[in-house]
Each structure stands twice: as structure tokens, then as C-alpha cells.
Design a protein around this ligand. Structure first.
Ligand code: RTP
Length: 151
């Protein structure tokens, strides 16, 4: 079912340190997405290198991993219609300078190396990332009463 699409969203260490966790969660809730997993974690270098494996040849890779291990991360899975694409739009562009006001990066960040949040860029990578960050028993299947009013 299309409304069951899931995406992996993470609040990066700068978002956590700046106290933006509640605001970011609120945006996804208010939009109508359903939270199916949430945890605070500090998974370490090897895990982050795996998460960003496709960027391992980029010149900013070490800085990126340093940034991602610099503090706790909030890892989340959100479910809903076009959750992947819509989640990316809610985050904004990779470079906050190109992100419109109203997006998370456009409202809360200035620089690409401190861009607050991560969101899966395809359904395939969402499935891969969800499996990387969560055990199956951490994903909660539940029926939301608000569905009738959103779909
Ligand atoms: P993310 O995976 O974190 O959601 O970001 P993204 O898909 O929008 O962008 P991606 O190209 O996958 O880059 C991952 C993260 O690397 C950092 N970055 N730094 N030129 C740079 O210094 C640079 N470019 C990218 C950003 O934190 C970006 O989100």
C-alpha cells in the first residue's frame, strides 16, 4: 500500500546539540506521517562509514564521519504516502544555502557540513538504511487513528 512507504530520517549531532529534536519530530507528525521507530544513539565510526559508504571516495568523507560521530544522533523511521520524496522535500537541499525557508535546513542551518538532518534518497536506500540502523523488533507496526482524516 502506498501509504505504507517508509523512510529513514536522522537528526545529526548539530540538530541534537541545538535542541531541534522536538521541532523536527513535530513537523513530521503535523504533516501526517506516522512514527514507527525512534531512538537516540551514538553508533560509532564503523557504522557511519557503512551508512555513508557510497561517499567514501569524496574529499569531505573524513570530515563527514567526524561530524556524525561528534555527538548523539536521533534515528527515526517515518511512514506515509511518498514518505521518502516528501521527507527529502521537508529536509531541503543538501546545501542549506539552496534550501527554501519552510524546509528544515532552510529554517535552521547555513552550511553544508552542519545541515542538521538526513533523509533517505530512494525507497531502496530507505530499506537499506532502516535495516542498518534498526533491528526488526524496534520497528513498531501500529494503526494510527488519524489515517481516516489524512487519506
Ligand atoms: P544526507 O545523506 O546526509 O541526507 O545528505 P544528502 O543525501 O542530501 O547529501 P549527500 O550527497 O549524500 O551528502 C551527505 C552529507 O555529506 C555532507 N556533505 N558535505 N561539500 C561538502 O563539504 C559536503 N557535501 C556533502 C552533508 O552533511 C551531506 O548531508
Amino acid at each position: 500500500m502506498a501509504s505504507r512507504e517508509r523512510t529513514f530520517i536522522a537528526i545529526k549531532p548539530d540538530g541534537v546539540q541545538r535542541g531541534l529534536v522536538g521541532k523536527i519530530i513535530q513537523r513530521f507528525e503535523e504533516r501526517g506521517f506516522k512514527m514507527v521507530a525512534l531512538k537516540i544513539c551514538a553508533p560509532g565510526r564503523a557504522h557511519l562509514e557503512k551508512h555513508y559508504a557510497d561517499l567514501s571516495k569524496k574529499p569531505f568523507f573524513k570530515d563527514l564521519v567526524d561530524y556524525m560521530v561528534s555527538g548523539p544522533i536521533i534515528a527515526m523511521v517515518w511512514e506515509g504516502l511518498n514518505a521518502v520524496k516528501c521527507g527529502r522535500m521537508m529536509l531541503g537541499e543538501t546545501n542549506p544555502q539552496a534550501s527554501l525557508p519552510g524546509s528544515i535546513r532552510g529554517d535552521f542551518s547555513i552550511q553544508v557540513g552542519r545541515n542538521i538532518c538526513h533523509g533517505s534518497d530512494s525507497v531502496e536506500s530507505a530499506n537499506h538504511e532502516i535495516a542498518l540502523w534498526f533491528n526488526k523488533n524496534e520497528l513498531v507496526n501500529w494503526e494510527s487513528a488519524m489515517y481516516t482524516w489524512i487519506y
